[in-house]
Design a protein around this ligand. Structure first.
Ligand code: F6R
Length: 236
């Protein structure tokens, strides 16, 4: 594992965007696993800049996102599909039909989850998976549990996750309580993993995840078993 500590969020975003840009340049038809939340916003801004400068080309890229809230469709500005369109896809030359986010409004969520895993398998797995980390150690929405779940599945969000994500909604009561998330199989099957985190409040969970015991109570700790993980962290 490479653990890179940098001075600030701007540097974190540049390093993370550079790692993704290198992936796109070396394999223009890469399968990128993407994340939402506040951590990757700066990374996506830089990628948009590199695309506009002509340095990277998204036309042959396929993306698979980690997760989506149950009950929110892509027109809801709090959905992760909306977030991805707004923060990245609408501003780069990606083919929108090659962007994938689990459908949180699927009539049959179990089938949706099984299809998502099938899709990842058919794509040949993820080349580079971008991750953030929750204060409870979640990756995607794989919340602390007594076992690691391999498949894409529906989860009940941890109260601490609902609390943390309430900042994006009008009130805590508006935060959906369930989500669909890629499981550990998809994440651990990625050839490379890039985890980004910023803020003093993420320090303790990063220490637990990467230097503590491997346990489903700290879901990100499973990444200690992955052969190619880069963590980029800035305290500010
Ligand atoms: C989002 C996701 C989550 C976030 C995590 C950190 O797609 O999968 O695991 O990465 O909740 O969120 P931020 O970056 O907002 O601190």
């Amino acid at each position: 594992m490479k653990f890179i500590t940098v001075e600030n969020y701007d540097k974190l975003s540049r390093i993370s965007a550079n790692i993704i840009a290198a992936q796109i340049i070396s394999k223009p038809n890469s399968i990128l696993g993407l994340a939402t939340g506040s951590s990757p916003v700066g990374t996506y801004k830089k990628l948009i800049e590199y695309n506009k400068n002509g340095d990277i080309d998204f036309s042959n890229i396929t993306s698979v996102n980690l997760d989506e809230y149950v009950g929110l469709d892509g027109t809801n500005d709090q959905s992760y599909r909306y977030f991805m369109n707004d923060n990245l896809f609408s501003h780069v030359n990606i083919d929108i039909s090659k962007t994938n986010v689990p459908n949180g409004c699927a009539e049959n969520p179990e089938k949706e989850c099984a299809n998502y895993d099938k899709l990842i398998e058919e794509l040949g797995g993820i080349d580079l998976q971008l991750l953030g980390i929750g204060l409870d150690g979640h990756i995607g929405f794989n919340e602390p549990d007594n076992c690691f779940t391999k498949e894409t599945h529906m989860v009940t969000l941890d109260p601490s996750t609902i609390e943390a994500n309430a900042r994006f909604f009008a009130s805590k009561d508006d935060v959906p309580t369930k989500a669909l998330t890629m499981g550990m199989g998809g994440i651990m099957g990625a050839k490379k993993v890039l985890l980004i985190a910023n803020g003093k409040n993420k320090k303790e969970i990063l220490e637990k995840a990467f230097y503590g015991p491997i346990t489903p109570e700290v879901p990100a700790s499973i990444l200690q078993l992955h052969p190619d993980v880069t963590v980029v962290y800035s305290e500010n």
